[in-house]
Design a protein. Structure first.
Length: 173
């Protein structure tokens, strides 16, 4: 029981340290009611669901253990897995919870856009760029931090791409 609390505190502190190292203000806030889903996070911080930068971990297949791929999507969008695969250049699969924790150091519901144990390939949903402010998970299902689209791209090392399911055009276009 104490192990989970220790892991959660460690994960949040890892995100805090990564934010500071990146020159980003420490805007981490805790919401005890939870921010596990985009809807919960939006209700907690008082923003639109689309302003939640949700982190989804996929496993790029074909290289043994599988490389982590982090898709940071608008909370209002479903991610098009075929588009992610085309952007990565290989098939991808949804990652299961144990693997996510092992390679990122975060539990599902608290995966941050930075501070991963294994650096992922990062894809950032272009739909997030239309907002002035965004909120992203900060290492636990009850912690989030505030940022901007430009800062999210910078601190995650991500590439701005089309990720939304149903978006017209060719994958990555």
């Amino acid at each position: 029981m104490g192990g989970k609390g220790v892991a959660r505190a460690g994960s949040v502190e890892r995100v805090r340290a990564a934010l500071r190292a990146a020159g980003h203000p420490d805007t981490i806030r805790a919401f005890p009611a939870g921010t596990r889903t985009s809807a919960e996070a939006a209700a907690a911080v008082g923003c639109a669901v689309a302003q939640i930068a949700k982190s989804l971990v996929f496993r790029a297949l074909g290289d043994g253990h599988g490389r982590p791929v982090l898709a940071i999507a608008s909370g209002a969008n479903r991610v098009d897995m075929a588009r992610v695969a085309a952007l990565v250049g290989r098939p991808v699969a949804r990652a299961e919870g144990g693997w996510v924790r092992e390679v990122t150091g975060f539990a599902i519901g608290g995966v941050a856009p930075l501070g991963h144990l294994t650096p992922p390939l990062v894809l950032v949903d272009e739909d997030l760029a239309r907002f002035d402010r965004l909120w992203a998970a900060a290492g636990s299902p009850v912690h989030v931090f505030e940022t901007t689209p430009a800062e999210l791209l910078r601190i995650s090392g991500g590439r701005l791409v089309a990720l939304r399911e149903g978006k017209g055009g060719a994958p990555g276009g």
